[in-house]
Design a protein around this ligand. Structure first.
Ligand code: GLC
Length: 430
């Protein structure tokens, strides 16, 4: 047995620079269009779920259009569900017939995706579910759609999790040897704490995570692996909430990426109208970067293979903001300075970006910034912003404000610029 190479270090520089990625959740669940966990929520059997396999035919699928829309939105990398918990593979896996080529789609859908996004200079990531509700050797447990079916539960003694792990490792090897360079492996998820009196939850032993992780790094040196194998990981992945600060593990700040939906569901959910406004999503992106993190924003394409018009509108709205403001995101991170209330700072070298989450009347005061800024401008149009340092001894009288030492005051126009989040670019004195 050749000595295994020490696992290669992940290449995180591009990831930390690019900050903004596209998450794609696409599979058979796009047909019921009731959330990617529909099989679990509605306890649907393999047999009853088969109709979606038999009708999976995304005739309008054109990943070049997806890539173009994501690029316009300012996204730099893309992570797609190669297989989700339902067990359906988007590529022509030799290890199963539960795959796109065996449906009316009649072809591998993953290569065209990788080619289209690579052609637009995207980095590529593969989401791969550790759970598999379709596989015959995957033991039924508390998260399984058949959890209340005693007959199915009774088959657990004949279900061999080691055989399932071999399958999991085999499909992962296919993904990391048949699609060229893959930049991110996004496994999902471990739940060993979710045990019942009749079945234990699943985690690193079940997935043989150490062995899987070593194989992934050997096959793809420099690849980034997320934190859901229960053995740590290169990137912390908070989900559907905004961290209050730079994420930490054992008290140390770590590389992190929050994954978010457009409307609460990862898979296409037709009747879910809880769409987040563009302004909220831009603020989530800025908030993440101001805390040293990335945003992985999800789209759930329809069963016809297109982005829903509401998703397109949202991406284009973010793209309108990124057109003017992307340099306050790419290559930026948290700042040593503390922003005023309802604002965020992102910083890159001597460029400090003040993001105003609400537009104040006439003035914004920056504590501790007096004497540190040589020039200021609105980023959307490059128009100058006047700076004041009010004498701390000045008395407030009529229109004259009193001052405070160390405070830099910026004079703002009454009209809020017509952008989702106005940004003032401050050129720091070196
Ligand atoms: C959760 C959801 C899963 C989704 C993932 C994305 O694990 O259950 O459906 O794919 O988050 O972060």
């Amino acid at each position: 047995m050749p000595a295994t190479q020490p696992p290669s270090a992940p290449d995180l520089d591009w990831f930390i620079h690019d900050r903004f990625g596209l998450f794609i959740h696409w599979g058979l669940y796009s047909l019921p269009a009731r959330h990617e966990w529909v099989r679990n929520f509605e306890k649907i059997s393999n047999e009853d779920y088969q109709k979606y396999f038999d009708h999976f035919d995304p005739d309008l699928y054109d990943p070049n259009v997806w890539a173009q829309e994501a690029k316009n939105a300012g996204m730099k990398y893309a992570v797609i569900t190669t297989k989700h918990h339902e067990g359906f593979a988007l590529w022509d896996s030799a290890l199963t017939d539960y795959k796109a080529p065996c449906t009316p789609a009649g072809r591998d859908l993953l290569h065209p995706f990788v080619d289209a996004f690579r052609a637009q200079d995207f980095k590529i990531g593969f989401y791969h579910s550790l759970l598999d509700w379709h596989h015959p050797d995957y033991p039924v447990d508390a998260l399984h759609p058949m959890r209340d079916n005693l007959e199915l539960r009774a088959t657990n003694p004949s279900r061999d999790i080691r055989k399932y792990a071999d399958y999991l490792h085999g499909q992962t090897r296919e993904l990391l040897t048949q699609f060229g360079k893959i930049d991110i492996m996004w496994f999902d998820f471990s739940y060993s704490e979710r045990s019942t009196d009749w079945a234990k939850g699943k985690g690193k032993e079940d997935w043989q995570s150490e062995k899987l992780n070593a194989m992934v790094r050997e096959l793809q040196p420099g690849i980034i692996v997320n934190d859901r194998l229960e053995i740590g990981g290169d990137v912390k992945t908070p989900e559907q909430y905004q961290p209050r600060g730079w994420m930490q593990v054992d008290g140390k700040p770590v590389v992190w990426e929050a994954c978010q939906t457009l409307n609460g569901s990862w898979g296409y959910h037709r009747d879910n109208l809880d769409w987040k406004p563009v302004e909220m999503l831009v603020k989530m992106l800025v908030d993440n970067v101001s805390k040293g993190g990335n945003l992985l924003l999800n789209v759930g394409p329809t069963a016809r293979g297109e982005f829903d018009p509401r998703a397109l509108e949202t991406l284009r709205g973010i793209g309108k903001w990124m057109h003017f403001h992307s340099r306050s995101i790419y290559g930026c991170s948290a700042s040593e300075f503390t922003p005023p209330p309802d604002c965020r700072f992102t910083q890159k070298g001597n460029r400090l970006y003040l993001h105003l989450f609400s537009w104040p009347f006439r003035h914004v005061h920056l504590d501790g910034m007096a004497g540190r800024v040589e020039y200021a401008q609105l980023l959307n149009d490059g128009s100058e912003i006047h700076m004041l340092e009010i004498d701390p001894h000045a008395r407030a009288q009529n229109v004259s404000m009193s001052g405070e030492s160390g405070v830099l005051t910026l004079e703002l126009p009454i009209q809020k610029p017509d952008v989702a989040v106005p940004v003032i670019e401050l050129f720091l004195k070196s």
